[in-house]
Design a protein around this ligand. Sequence first.
Ligand code: NAD
Length: 375
Amino acid sequence: AIILSALKEPAGEKRVALSPAVVAKFVKGGFEVLLEKDSGAAAYFPDHLYTEAGATIVNRQTALAKANLIAVVDRPDEDTLAQLKKGQVLIGLLKALVEPAVIQDLAKRQVTALSLELLPRTVSRAQNMDALSSQASIAGYKAALVGANAFTRYLPMMITAAGTAKPAKVLVLGTGVAGLQAIGTAKRLGAIVSGYDVRPASRNEVESLGANFLTSSVNAVGEGGYARQLSAEEQQQQQDELAGFIAKNDIIITTAQVPGRKPPLLVTQKSVEAAPAGTIFVDLAASDLGGNVYSSKPSETITTANNAQIIGAQDLPSQLATSASEMYARNMQAVINTIVNEAEIVIDVKDDVLSELVATYQGEIVSGRLRQALK
Ligand code: NAD
């Protein structure tokens, strides 16, 4: 039988790559499943749920040594990667485009790696494997709640005996998967919502949620449905037009990303400093490289001199760990099903999904995007 392991994630990560429900499916399909002790604890999947589903709880060393397939959410630490052996298959959000050298090292050691960030978004057969979408959707939903929670006024219009409250205005910058979910959630909370993107195709999606689409004067459609990076002049033009939109809103949720690049700065120092007391910025793109909002820091909340707040929110899927893990595990199941055939691992690097999703196989870099990133 094929041996599938899930590891306990790095500190701070509450998600887990396999849920008990998905483990039960694998066991039924003839897999032997090993779970490192306490892997699911932070997502409230205690070990006994996994043993009831047919898995065996083991220590990390055994989970690593025995596995043919290793399922993770985040890329494991260097020590763990160093223990992987030739022919083992590692699957997870491995940051292939951001830190390609780490993946290259796996290739040298003939470890196979599937990095879920590389999944082609436009192939419909890949939809059930799309962990970027399932996790972005969770992040967008939670971003609206985090913004609402920090805001010191009502979101909906309230007509009460004690007076009337006006609805809050929410602006979402970047209306991909996360942005659209943020829009839908803020609408359900009763806010007046606008969306903005450099891909004109997102207008219909924003408007179908009942939000207002703010047209960008910059059109930046890139490859594979993604946005491309803006030139310096375009970025300036965008920052100028956005300053006016930002000033008219109470809660600004930013989600703009360009694959493998530093996130674009959408909210400048000037806009941050001009924001009145009570304004909330929720920056989903906040990272160590910088985010969409000037001065945002991952997992930190900063209060400006004017009492606006900048919430650096890159760990929202981990905060919704149970739902996020359930969905991630289903994506993982779909990926594994495409590489396992009759109890054998078969990786067809010519397949339209695998040719992109597979980062390394038999010592070679397979993904074209990853090869580009390594140049
Ligand atoms: P993403 O996380 O890469 O970026 C988020 C959003 O930020 C995108 O909408 C992008 O256009 C926008 N953005 C980038 N730079 C910007 C800038 N300077 N100013 C304003 N906005 C900016 O995107 P994503 O959510 O992963 O979605 C990427 C694409 O994949 C979209 O076209 C989406 O519809 C598509 N998609 C398709 C499927 C499918 O068909 N199965 C599934 C998921 C996503």
